[in-house]
Write a protein that binds this ligand. Structure first.
Ligand SMILES: CC(C)(COP(=O)(O)OP(=O)(O)OC[C@H]1O[C@@H](n2cnc3c(N)ncnc32)[C@H](O)[C@@H]1OP(=O)(O)O)[C@@H](O)C(=O)NCCC(=O)NCCS
Length: 167
């Protein structure tokens, strides 16, 4: 099964329903997925794995964001809603999607992958220890802020402002 990149805007109505089914099965505490495929901000980019029978079994969203920092604006790929259908977990599907995302971001001028997640799942990321400014959304399952530097550009020191909600 291969990882497919899709612009969010290209998803059809039926793909939207299939994706929301996957999202709600993986994040059952988020009833919003019953009606739409994002929580607060619509991500521009998605990576998907399909089972070949029309069902999405793995997904990662990416927000193309410009954050403020003490040393100027930085572009970040804000990774969100990484999930794999229960039946397909433990086979490297999440890793495979993230590898594709990590190649795509610098090729599109984005030097950092940023996410809120569980450290054990995201190897190669380091915890963000900067003062972080963002609008908190209620989500007791949101993980810790982490970043992966994808080019030679170092992660800036000092405050970081995500200019909006967490994702
Ligand atoms: C978390 C999740 C996406 C992992 O998907 P997966 O395809 O089974 O993960 P992979 O097999 O690609 O493993 C990726 C890494 O995560 C680690 N990992 C996966 N599940 C884990 C778990 N339950 N506990 C600890 N580590 C785990 C793997 O050991 C691997 O580490 P490595 O790259 O250092 O070898 C999947 O379990 C899921 O959808 N969970 C529900 C939604 C969720 O919690 N999403 C993550 C939000 S931060």
């Amino acid at each position: 099964m291969t990882v497919e990149y899709r612009e969010d805007a290209s998803l059809t109505r039926s793909e939207d329903a299939i994706l929301r089914r996957l999202l709600f099965s993986c994040f059952p505490h988020e009833p919003l997925f019953l009606v739409r495929r994002y929580l607060k901000e619509r991500p521009a980019h998605r990576w998907l794995i399909c089972d070949g029978k029309g069902e999405f079994v793995a997904h990662a969203a990416v927000h193309d964001k410009t954050a403020g920092s003490a040393s100027g604006d930085i572009r970040i790929g804000g990774i969100a809603e990484v999930c794999v259908s229960a039946k397909y977990r433990g086979r490297g599907f999440a890793r495979k999607m993230l590898t594709a995302v990590h190649a795509w971001l610098p090729a599109h001028g984005i030097p950092f992958a940023f996410l809120f997640g569980k450290p054990e799942i995201y190897s190669g990321y380091h915890l963000v220890e900067n003062e972080l400014r963002y609008e908190a959304l209620w989500n007791p399952w949101r993980g810790q802020p982490m970043v992966k530097c994808l080019t030679g550009t170092p992660w800036p020191a000092g405050w970081i402002d995500l200019r909006g909600g967490a994702f």
